[in-house]
Design a protein around this ligand. Sequence first.
Ligand SMILES: Cc1cc2nc3c(=O)[nH]c(=O)nc-3n(C[C@H](O)[C@H](O)[C@H](O)COP(=O)(O)OP(=O)(O)OC[C@H]3O[C@@H](n4cnc5c(N)ncnc54)[C@H](O)[C@@H]3O)c2cc1C
Length: 387
Amino acid sequence: MKTADAVVIGAGVNGASIAFNLLCKGLKKVIAVEKYLLASGVTGRSAAIIRQHYSNEPLVKMMKRCLEVFTHFSEIVGGHAGFVNTGWAFFTPPEVAGPFRKNLTLQRGLGINTREISKAELLELEPRFDLHDVGQIAYEPDSGYADPHLTTTSYIQAACSRGLDILQCTQVTGLRIEHGRVVGVKTPNSEISTKIVVNAAGPWANRVAEMAGLSIPIVVSREEEILLAPPLGQHPPRLTVSDMAKAIYYRPNRGRVLVGRGYPKDYEYVNPDDYSEDVRFEFIEDVAHRMISRIPDYSNALVEHAYTGLYDITPDWHPVLGKTNVEGFYLAAGFSGHGFKLAPAIGELLAEEIVDGTAKGIDIRPFGLERFEKGALFRAAYGGNRA
Ligand SMILES: Cc1cc2nc3c(=O)[nH]c(=O)nc-3n(C[C@H](O)[C@H](O)[C@H](O)COP(=O)(O)OP(=O)(O)OC[C@H]3O[C@@H](n4cnc5c(N)ncnc54)[C@H](O)[C@@H]3O)c2cc1C
């Protein structure tokens, strides 16, 4: 039987960041158990857009720290995150002007470098946009996107150099609980004796929680993305954009344009172990048309590739973090389609929660599992599903 100071279940970007930060906080022996391969869950399919525009103070504060880490990744973590500082723009429809400005006031008050810009200013940055349906534009010059595989492998490499043991192709099949506290993790071939277990199992997190007798209200949705090759003589947008007016997001991707469908939209709920990875033709057509109506110069763009991924969605679209009523069993799950960018802060805060007894940097208690029972849900400025 192996022993460990802590076991992290899942080696997506959040599990990787948590494992790294636990070792930085002084734990000597951490084991990450991954049922398949690094970043093979949601993380590997992520658009990995990094913006700080959130409606709630703790998430804004987390994102301020995350951007610092992405910007100085090689000094803070080691290796590379593939961060590209394109600047991020947020296009909103006229009817959300009130919440939009309230959010900007909150963010600026917390020290975020963001501001509202005019259409003329935006067109100086990217003249090809047709902005007729846009009401307001927020601009974060320091934001952009990163590489989700590279970020995860860099965290894992940095953790390995501090003593991480990573078990890939190894599924956690059970937890050993004695007198209300976790004492071990079971896999098909072995058992690990440990007093600390972190559930960072993404869309499978509820299955892992059930092993501890808990239930996390997560539903899993199927998501689709396309890669557009711009027509000859055209290039990808210079900016990374979340475009609520067209309900899409897009960013440059090595000479191509990565485009996905954003809020508001309908969701297709699936079983994470049994869903279609085919991308529907109607999705490709719809998203491509939305993109072309924003950049008419893309009318002859070629859809080069398309793929699917999963969101692990909680009732308020905010993650579930921190300790549970099973001693030693911690949650970092339910990231609801925006958990790539949060990973640097999640790792630091969970490591504080575990090693120091409480997350000191930012109060994560409002993210606890009990909020669903208490009805203490987060609210987002733009309605239910936009954190
Ligand atoms: C199409 C798409 C676009 C996105 N775009 C963005 C974006 O622009 N910005 C952003 O911030 N976020 C984005 N996201 C969301 C973001 O990618 C995720 O929230 C984040 O990657 C989740 O990481 P994770 O580590 O929590 O989960 P995962 O990456 O899913 O990792 C969980 C891991 O746990 C493993 N596992 C599960 N069960 C077990 C078990 N029993 N034993 C061992 N291992 C187990 C899985 O194999 C998996 O590798 C997007 C998601 C999708 C699908």
